[in-house]
Design a protein around this ligand. Structure first.
Ligand code: GLN
Ligand code: ZN
Length: 762
């Protein structure tokens, strides 16, 4: 049985690539230095995979920024606006063009915007969106895939397996930049270039080639299905001897099962972690020659593999089609897991024994192979670890389980409906029309971050740290009062991150030192690990919110992160449904909400910026997810009296298809990101007749630009044309933690003036 890996983390176990590329961008290291570091990471990755006995070792899965962008460069899909990068400055090389496309280019008298970036399916990885024009041409432009093949071959002394994004998925990942054509119609022009590449790889000695077609797990139109049929028939016709491995992941093939098994490829990869049920389905349909690559080791999470379950799948497949047609693999590329658990020296050893990062997952693939050959001790050892986890007192807290099991609809429902609450709240707060507020955080300056670093190192005492944070908080309160903001925030100076801050205070969470996962380019995130039943041993934010409220006569909003966002931005336990974990977190947040209310906080914001990204890949599955996600939010928000105002905040750009559920969240006020779309997003709310109050963001916080008063007034006029004036709040798009103070102060001063101007008009 061949052991097959789909891809490996490329940032390096110590984030070497992040550091090197940032230095290269800053001009402090040379291009050659960058390449040397990038090569070293690859060599190390290949070595690790070879040591783990992986037979099909991927190459070209490495990327300096993003694999989709690599593909665009490989295929010559380079928007015209980047032409001057190479022509204007003869010093620039392909890699500079590449980074210009990724990050924009402001040098040599040029000012070229970056390409768009968006989330890779339902992961937190972001890719660079290919841009297609109506008469899009394709040609082999970048030689990276060939170079990397040679490099890997040299390093390994065996034949590596090049990884390419398949032609159909590549087109579907992109965007038409002109009207009047459908990107999928480009397939006929694109496939010949893929064939050219495959032939060249074959000449270099390639045997297996991996073609990633994750879109096979999504809803496909007739044209898209035809594109698959066309592309793979052509590839088979022109490259009959290359061994094609078609990979799918993140969901089941579902209705596309027959299509997928019918394509003339040598092997088909299935994600059996996300979608174990599809194995039987595929085995029923599988034609005589097709090999199956079984994705049994979870590439999306950090838990030790349950060998009994994996061996079950492998045995099922072997019984049906024979061992020589079965490969053992991770569910998807290991890109989405941190590099190496061995580097985590501070994790409780009992819990560490339940975990596996990328390096350990390679070993799991190897061990599964050995178990299939009869190594029973390995299986027994795994059974022991898995059952230790299943029974551990660290995970299982009866009282938490009972409380979550006892949640009723009443727990997820406010006492009165919105209209009644709104009346009570208006009488209580007496806010002007167009009340002004902000989303929570104020600039996290170096000074503030330093404080936390010093506290961690022990050079600053907790009292000293607290005093500094109090000082910053009071400063922020005073100037919010000075410029005349109506509802204040405390500024979140005490928080490192909106999820980490809560995770650190909740039971059931742990934090890694090096558990970095690439988010985009050089940006990595270090998600917390939810390993057990979640509870709130003590108040989390009451101290800071009541301190802030005590220092002003004005209304001070309490500030919390919602259960779905905490879940979404963590590695979640896989031994119970996500909805159950969400409910436990919701109860913890609910207790905090109630505690804030008891401490005299009259408005409480529960941020849920990640509700949308949790949506399943297929629309048919959306309702089920949204039902429990909305309910989790409602559980967290419904413990308070009618007179307490619950805010929520979301920052993304599509509400149309989930507006009904957003309304079901039943927040009194929602603040959203709208400025970049010029309030277009509000139409979804208007069309739906969204019942509650809305703060459409009037300025983009992603840029230091200070918008003029008139600009914001005109946005408010647009909003007023769409929504009842009495329901409109005035606020920025999102929190201000990434901004500097001068622009923040200037922009918010303008924002308050804009609100005053709007009050004059209406
Ligand atoms: N309250 C958070 C902040 O202002 C919200 C951040 C977010 O929406 N991502 O920073
Ligand atoms: Zn936001």
């Amino acid at each position: 049985m061949l052991k097959n890996n789909l891809g490996y983390p490329r940032v390096g176990a110590h984030r070497e690539l992040k550091k090197a590329s940032e230095q290269y961008w800053a001009g402090t290291i040379s291009r050659d230095d960058l390449f040397t570091i990038a090569k070293a990471i690859r060599r190390q990755n290949w070595q690790l995979q070879q040591d783990a006995g992986i037979d099909l070792i991927p190459c070209n899965d490495f990327s300096l920024y993003d694999l989709v962008l690599d593909t665009s460069l490989m295929l010559g899909v380079i928007p015209q606006r980047y032409n001057p990068v190479l022509t204007q400055n003869p010093q620039n090389k392909e890699v500079d063009l590449y980074f210009a496309m990724a990050r924009g280019y402001q040098k040599d008298g040029l000012d070229i915007t970056a390409m768009e970036m968006t989330k890779w399916f339902d992961t937190n990885y972001h890719y660079i969106v290919p841009e297609f024009t109506a008469n899009q041409q394709f040609r082999v432009f970048s030689e990276k895939v060939f170079e990397e093949f040679n490099l890997a071959k040299q390093a390994l002394g065996t034949v590596p397996k090049p990884v390419l994004i398949g032609p159909v998925s590549y087109l579907l990942l992109g965007k038409e930049k002109e009207a009047g054509f459908d990107k999928i119609s480009l397939i006929k022009k694109l496939v010949p270039v893929y064939i050219e590449i495959l032939k060249k790889l074959q000449n270099q000695g390639a045997v297996w080639v991996q073609l990633d077609e994750p879109f096979l797990t999504m809803d496909l139109s007739r044209e898209e299905k035809d594109a698959f049929i066309y592309a793979y028939a052509e590839i088979k016709k022109h490259c009959p001897n290359i061994k094609t491995l078609l990979t799918t992941y993140f969901d089941s093939l579902h209705k596309n099962s027959f299509l997928a098994v019918s394509l003339p490829v040598c092997a088909l990869h299935l994600d059996l972690v996300r979608a174990p049920g599809q194995l039987d389905e595929v085995l029923k349909l599988i034609p005589g020659q097709l090999t199956l690559s079984l994705g049994v080791v979870d590439g999306r999470n950090i838990w030790k593999n349950d060998y009994i379950r994996s061996v079950g799948h492998i045995k099922t497949a072997v019984a049906a089609i024979g061992a020589d047609r079965v490969m053992i693999a991770p569910s998807c590329s290991l890109l989405h897991t941190p590099a190496d658990l061995d580097l985590e020296t501070a994790i409780n050893p009992e819990i560490k024994n339940w975990m596996a990062f990328a390096k350990q997952k390679l070993n799991e693939i190897k061990e599964l192979g050995e178990i299939m050959e009869g190594n029973t001790p390995l299986l027994l050892q795994n059974i022991k670890a898995i059952s230790a986890r299943n029974l551990s007192k660290l995970i299982h807290k009866q009282a938490i389980k009972e409380r979550a099991a006892a949640i009723t609809d009443a727990d997820a429902t406010r006492t009165s409906e919105f209209k009644t609450r709104q009346k009570i709240q208006q009488d209580r707060f007496k806010l002007p029309l167009f009340p002004t507020t902000t989303i929570g955080s104020f600039p996290q300056t170096d000074d503030i971050r330093q404080l936390r670093a010093k506290l961690k190192k022990g050079v600053l005492l907790q009292e000293e740290y607290d005093a500094e944070i109090e000082h910053a908080t009071i400063g922020a309160i005073r100037w919010q009062e000075d410029i005349g903001i109506d509802v204040l925030v405390h500024g979140e100076f005490e928080r490192n991150d909106m999820v980490e801050y809560f995770g650190e205070q909740l039971d059931g969470f742990l934090f890694t030192k090096n558990g970095w996962v690439q988010s985009y380019g050089s940006r990595c995130v270090k998600p917390p690990v939810i390993y057990g039943d979640v509870s709130r041993p003590r108040d989390m934010t009451v101290r800071w919110s009541s301190f802030a409220q005590a220092n002003t006569q004005k209304l001070m909003k309490g500030m919390l992160t919602g259960p779905v966002t905490i879940l979404q931005w963590s590695f979640v336990r896989d031994d119970q449904p996500r909805s159950e974990t969400a409910n436990q977190i919701a109860l913890a947040i609910r207790d905090e909400v109630v505690a804030l209310e008891a401490a005299g906080i009259k408005m409480i914001q529960i941020d849920e910026p990640a509700i949308r990204e949790g949506l399943p890949l297929r629309k048919a599955d959306w309702d089920k997810y949204l039902d429990w996600a909305v309910k989790a939010f409602r559980i967290s928000a419904s413990g308070v009296q009618d007179e307490t105002q619950i805010h929520t905040h979301m920052c993304y750009s599509e509400f149309n298809d989930i507006i009904r559920h957003i309304a079901l969240m039943d927040a009194d006020v929602i603040t959203i990101e709208t400025s970049r779309s010029q309030m277009e997003l509000l139409e979804a709310f208007a069309d739906f007749k969204y019942p509650a109050e809305i703060g459409p963001g009037v300025y983009d916080i992603h840029s230091p630009r200070v918008p003029a008063v008139e600009e914001m007034v005109s946005l408010l006029e647009k909003a007023a044309a769409l929504l009842p004036v009495g329901n409109i709040w005035v606020n920025p798009d999102c929190g201000l933690k990434t901004r500097k103070w001068p622009e923040t102060q200037a922009a918010l001063t303008h924002m308050v003036e804009a609100a005053r101007a709007a009050r004059e008009i209406f």
